[in-house]
Design a protein around this ligand. Structure first.
Ligand code: FE2
Ligand code: FE2
Length: 265
């Protein structure tokens, strides 16, 4: 296998976790060696064909274990939730690459990098979880994260606005606070992992911003108006809530006007 879309298809349509990580690593290595093909030769299957592992069980948020860091179980639940976010992030990166064809090769290279980094994040957290005595899949996980991908499967601008520019951007807002909490329980290894993730995520959001602006230009739409319209449409008039990490969001390609609009309540 040497075509990026075959790797994407395998990662989205097969359920085995270790196989998915191995395929992602293989695709990245082939790309580094200059041997990965980016020609779109295969058909795209609808998003309803995407498959997830049988474990973890996916449930509504009210069924999640409490994530207070004061107890060992709370710490396990905290990292399990984080592992799940990174696991779904692998799917999200492969899915944007797989579903939207006919774009410049750089688009596919950027999201392949994201898939590769999300797999690294997942591996780091899973190793940490194992040291804490559980594995990914041992607790139930939040079923909601994939819904935004399903909602935006037909519209690249909406996908870019909602996934990298809202969901991943939220990570920039909340991760610094999480790092301080983890530091306060003297989890030095955990602090390092979260710092690494935060650094990478800024780049993921920047990719989202760059391709959002590129697509707006191509479709002759005003980026800031389009961003606002899409957020209101897909969040059903509930804007993302702050506080926002202004400095990191600016570095990740948000404009001052977009941030000012987000800050308005
Ligand atoms: Fe990540
Ligand atoms: Fe990410």
């Amino acid at each position: 296998m040497n075509n990026v879309f075959d790797y994407a298809s395998a990662c989205l349509h097969r359920t085995d976790i270790d196989e998915k990580l191995q395929l992602t690593a293989n695709a990245w290595q082939l790309y580094q060696q200059g041997e990965l093909q980016f020609e779109s030769l295969s058909a795209v299957q609808g998003i309803e064909h995407v498959r997830f592992p049988t474990q973890p069980e996916l449930l509504a948020p009210r069924y999640m274990a409490r994530r207070k860091l004061g107890t060992p179980e709370g710490v396990q639940a905290f990292y399990h939730a984080l592992a799940h976010i990174e696991f779904i992030a692998i799917y999200l990166a492969w899915d944007i690459l797989y579903r939207f064809r006919g774009l410049p090769e750089k688009f596919y290279q950027d999201w392949l990098r994201v898939a590769h980094e999300e797999a690294l994040h997942f591996n780091l957290i899973r190793e940490h979880l194992r040291k804490l005595g559980i594995d990914y899949g041992d607790l139930p996980a939040h079923q909601g994260l994939w819904e935004h991908a399903q909602d935006t499967a037909h519209d690249l601008l909406a996908r870019l606005a909602i996934i990298p520019r809202c969901m991943e951007a939220r990570g920039l807002d909340v991760t610094p606070g999480m790092i301080e909490k983890i530091r306060s329980i003297k989890d030095v290894a955990g602090v390092k992992i979260l710092q690494r993730i935060l650094e990478d995520e800024q780049q993921h959001v920047l990719f989202g911003s760059e391709w959002f602006y590129q697509q707006c230009q191509k479709q002759q739409r005003v980026p800031e108006e389009t961003f606002k319209m899409l957020i209101l449409k897909y969040f059903k008039n509930n804007k993302p809530k702050g506080p926002f990490n202004t400095q990191m969001r600016l570095q990740a390609g948000f404009s001052l006007n977009e941030l000012a609009w987000l800050e308005e309540q």
